[in-house]
Design a protein around this ligand. Structure first.
Ligand code: CMC
Length: 437
């Protein structure tokens, strides 16, 4: 008898079952034995949107949504944000441990030497319309890398995986910067290997005629912190997409493109762009109460609020708030901050939000700080995708190495017609009896 078990009596048959409990879960496949007879398929669970289903075992990211805790590989996000660089955290997320000094040196050097895009990929980017959304350009260009590196399809080879991981971490900022320059009609800037990950990204975004780009250290550090905060977030919509696409052994460029597509939606990574649009619509602090009333009436959602897992303040939102102060010292305060703070103040006192445990999430303040740094809202989700690539690849690698994982293939509850006789074209639309006569 299992030490921890669930006793089930099927009232349809009076049969009793004992289902083992492990890590607070039962295995859905253990329910299959519960049948009404030999022809019965067996019991399944029905869980739209995976509200209560663990789809994997993972050692990467821990979240306690009620307490507002986020840890990568056991390290609190607050400590990592304060003490690490993004590439150090990416290494931790991807390979399980903080790098030693030589490991970090080697990792930084490898990533730095994989930042260039093939010239044909650069030309591919030039084919987009001048007003193409940067996320569409990013998704397509990441997918296009699959054609440049056909060996990436050997996903079961650890060396091949490591090389593609390095390439993706190295090339994401380059693609992101090119999408930005393209939308402005500016010439592309090649990576500068003397600069750090964030500084080089800023170089590719903003360098004009100066011979060498000098990044403002406060802004570069703030960007690095934002990257750290976005590196992974366990089984969110895009991570789940990465795992599902990768489970067919699609190569990591195509799987990452799929994950980035999932990220682009306004309920996920696209929310940061929507927050800024919402603040524009509200316009001023005094209009906040009226806007909140419309949210409560169900006219629209308060973007940047609420989370499937956090039922408390998103710890990333708190860190962004203090990182924002250092940016505002350089750039001056973003006037939208006043509106955002007022929205937060009113929402956190309001019964509607308290009852539903709706708190600001990571996207509520990230857009305000990005805008103060000089980014346009269209690029915000791309800024999310750069660091999240580390998380996607860590999830993908873990999935590939997990002997329990197979191609992702959920079941369904079929609700359609069970069987019908074919109706010829000339008889369609007639009453059923006449049509089949
Ligand atoms: N504004 C107003 N009401 C909300 C909001 C919101 N932002 N979020 C949830 N609710 C209400 C929702 O209408 C529902 O009310 P009721 O019980 O009366 O029907 C209740 O709260 C529970 O919400 P839910 O839709 O069942 O929650 P969910 O876990 O399915 O959705 C969410 C989570 C993040 C999609 C949702 O909160 C949302 O749409 N938020 C706005 C978009 C956003 O900020 N997304 C970024 C998420 S964090 C970063 C990331 O993942 O990319």
């Amino acid at each position: 008898m299992a030490e921890e078990a669930l006793s089930i009596v099927d009232k349809r048959t009076q049969a009793a079952y004992e289902i083992p409990i492990s890590n607070g879960t039962i295995r859905a496949m253990d329910l299959r034995q519960i049948k009404t007879g030999p022809d019965d398929f067996g019991l399944m669970t029905y869980d739209p949107a995976f509200m209560n289903t663990a789809s994997c075992r993972s050692a990467i990211t821990f979240i306690d949504g009620d307490k507002g805790i986020l840890r990568y590989r056991g390290y609190p996000i607050e400590q990592l944000a304060e003490k690490c660089t993004f590439l150090e955290v990416a290494y931790l997320v991807l390979f399980g441990e903080l790098p030693t000094e030589p490991q970090l040196k080697e990792w930084v050097s490898q990533v730095t030497h994989h930042t260039m895009l093939h010239e044909t990929t650069k030309r591919f980017l030039e084919g987009f319309r001048y007003d193409a959304h940067p996320m569409g350009m990013l998704v397509s260009t990441v997918a296009a890398l699959s054609t440049v590196y056909p060996e990436a399809k050997h996903v079961l080879d650890p060396n091949v995986r490591k090389l593609q991981i390095t390439r993706l971490i190295g090339k994401m900022p380059t693609i992101a910067a090119y999408t930005y320059r393209h939308s402005l009609g500016y010439p592309y800037v090649y990576p500068d290997n003397d600069l750090s990950y964030s500084e080089n990204f800023m170089n590719m975004l903003w360098k004009m005629m100066e011979p060498k780009y000098q990044a403002n250290p406060v802004m570069a550090r703030a960007l690095d912190i934002l990257f750290i905060l976005h590196a992974d977030h366990e089984q969110n919509c895009s991570a789940n997409t990465m795992r599902a696409a990768g489970s067919s052994q699609a190569d990591p460029f195509l799987s990452t493109a799929a994950a980035a597509a999932a990220l682009s939606g306004p309920l996920h990574g696209g929310a940061n762009e929507e927050v800024l649009r919402m603040l524009d619509v509200i316009g001023s602090k005094d209009k906040v109460p009226a806007y909140i009333e419309k949210v409560k009436a169900g006219q629209f959602k308060l973007m940047g609020f609420g989370h499937r897992i956090y039922k408390n303040y998103d710890p990333r939102a708190s860190i962004i708030k203090w990182a924002a102060d250092s940016v505002f010292e350089v750039t001056g305060r973003n006037p939208k901050l006043e509106i955002a703070l007022e929205l937060e103040r009113i929402a956190l006192e309001d019964e509607y939000f308290i009852k539903r445990k709706l708190y600001p999430n990571v996207d509520f303040y990230s857009g305000i700080i990005y805008q103060a740094m000089g980014f346009k809202p269209e690029i915000f989700t791309v800024l999310f995708a750069i660091p999240r690539t580390a998380g996607w690849l860590a999830q993908w690698q873990e999935m590939i190495q997990d002997p329990e994982q197979k191609i992702a293939r959920p079941r369904q509850v079929f609700t359609g017609h069970m069987i019908r006789d074919f109706v010829p074209l000339e008889k369609r639309g007639m009453p059923a009896a006449a049509a089949t006569a």
